[in-house]
Design a protein around this ligand. Sequence first.
Ligand SMILES: [Zn+2]
Length: 307
Amino acid sequence: MRTVFTTARLVLAVVLTGAVVSGCAAATATPGAATRRLDVVTSFYPLQFAVSRIGGSAVRVSNLTKPGAEPHDLELSPRDVASIQDADLVVYLGGFQPAVDQAVRLGSPHALDVAAAAHLDLTGTGEGAAASGPRPDPHFWLDPTRLSAVAAVIAGRLTAVDPAHRDLFAKNLGVLDADLAALDREFTTGLASCSNTLLVTSHSAFGYLARRYGLTQHGITGLTPEDEPRARELAAVATLVRTRHVRTVYYETLVSPAVARTLARETGTRTAVLDPIEGLDAKSAGPDYLSVMRADLATLREGQPCR
Ligand SMILES: [Zn+2]
């Protein structure tokens, strides 16, 4: 009896020492695999945000799209591909980043495609989208209620992979959901009375946001920022801006503002930065999804303008 007790105490001491030495907060007191954090790979920032918030201290998240990089048409290094193969879970949006789709197909035992949960039921709007064909609009995260639906699916999968942390994931999901619901209410109230409901943006990233909050988006380019608008399309947008008395043309952080500035100069409107939250960096208006969304709301309220 005494020997067993001593042995148990010794094991516990070793486990505790190991946790301190490694500098990592052991998630449980069970030695072995259960003390290891889950390695989760996400493909771009809003998914990284959701996984980090839900997984908390039980996960280690690495993001394939580096800060300040543009996630459309991401290219993967051999190291990125290896990280996809080795991950406990890969969370990505199928159809958004072809290189990620391909790497997951080649070999990833645990991958979660959030496309179904995101309900990508918009296709490209605006002239620019016509050139690139009817692809689903990937930018679901700019509608907080869609991000909330995706978060629920992420929590479910994390729980399936790591059932020992069921309670932690459920609690964190509850807090995240409350944050997203509060954000949704702020947008609903903040955009309820705008002088102008036409939203002219550089790339067509704000379709889900526009639909949720009673605006109409017209993108100068299509769903991908690199889509080059043709002269005829630019002239059509300029006419739209004039006839609909648009005051502000929005451009964004990760792509060149040249086209939006040209349009604004031609039509005598002003420009403002609206962040599609595809990747954050030091120039972002805030440290996370929630703060940058609130900055976007303030920009929209001033630009449309809204009472
Ligand atoms: Zn985009």
